[in-house]
Design a protein. Sequence first.
Length: 247
Amino acid sequence: MHVTVKGGMSADQQSLIHAEGLTMTYQSGLNELTIFADVSFDIQKGECVAVVGASGAGKSTLLHLLGGLDRPTKGKVYFQGQNVFDLSERDLAEFRNRELGFVWQQASLLPEFTALENVAMPLYVRGMDRTQANGQAADLLKEVGLSERATHRAGELSGGEQQRVSLARALVGRPKVLLADEPTGNLDERTGEQVAGLLKDLHKSHGLTSMIVTHNLRFAQGCDRVLQLEKGLFTAWPPLGQSMGGV
């Protein structure tokens, strides 16, 4: 199966990410399980793309491949023309730290550190001076509305606050791309809508290119493009009035 999905973007916009012939299979006992096969698509610079689909469709696997956290069975992922899987493990780790921001369903904050230190952690990893790193982290905490919680540890923060810290941490290194996997999935409806709104604001204000896996159809419909992944098929959002099926 070969599926190519391109956005209806103007010719002067650059294709920031190009996935070519992505295939992902796993060995399950004596059987080989195919998550998706020969999938190709482009993400244009500045796009906010939502990915929807039933649980187990391979949405998280796709994000892991785009982020260089896992390697495909076959296929390539190009970032600004560079196949990320040609990079050494060290260069790939540096690429993730400098070019990508990740947000997961679980905020996964380090419990022994404050909110400020959690946000600054990617900059510490880069070797940035702690005063400078903490200053950038403080700016991001202010942007997500948590300046007054900077000295609080993870256990002292609500679920919504933890996810805001996670967003700030993802952006403190000034990445070009944000990859988010169900960023509102563990939150109640009201808090989830607030975090979703903040995410969209940050996408615009930081000039990001974003790919967001979500079950929140309201959030998805507000993105530039919606793609549905189901049984290895990656297709564009159905016309208005059509059901999303298993989403």
